[in-house]
Design a protein around this ligand. Sequence first.
Ligand SMILES: [Zn+2]
Ligand SMILES: [Zn+2]
Length: 246
Amino acid sequence: MKLTVIGYWGAYPEADEATSCFLLEEGNTNILLDCGSGAVSKLQNYKSLKDINGVILSHYHHDHAADLGGLTYSRVVDINLKKTDQPLNIFAHEKDRNEFNKLGKPPYTNVQPYNGGSKVEIGPFTFQFQQTKHSAPCYAMRIRSEKSAGTLVYTADTSYDENLIPFCRDADLLIAETSFYADQDAASFGHMTSSEVARLAASSGSKSVLLSHLPHFGNHRQLLEEAEAGFNGDIQIAKTGANFNL
Ligand SMILES: [Zn+2]
Ligand SMILES: [Zn+2]
């Protein structure tokens, strides 16, 4: 499976960038993990919108879900123009019924719920979920493909949570939200610091880490150095278009 970073900012996108969104590909299956603000624009540099099979939303905060409306409208247009006949699959949790009920536009979309015990299968991919510690209900995702050996884990938004250690166990790539620097209080905001990310990566035996959901302050190099101090594996800072083969 191939993962491409479409957006990696927390809260809001910097100019010409996007907040959380990752493109996951294997064969003809193209899935988005989250669809934050700016994502629909940036995504088109890598993939035609009509070829996106589905979106898995970790939670309903705008920096993860803002562009789902635009992506849905693109499917309305593309189906009516007969560029595709496939509805957009949207997977989201139901812990916020109000938000869940607003998703989708039938028959152009197919909205399906998941929860902590769900095993969602799309094409070659299998997704498992675990709720994180965040200011709104949010789920981390553990992803495997029947055509690849690697395991991908995406923390989505969370403060440091020991319960995530077994969920992240032996990940080949851990996409970890890194919203704050080591000396800051991330937990009160429902997020992690660079050193907490390193602790999660080290204690779960993850092989490599991608720092994402980055802050709009400080110097991101410092995040990298702080994470490297607590984790011996490979660590990279998210950049638009960076891709990983697992
Ligand atoms: Zn959030
Ligand atoms: Zn967020």
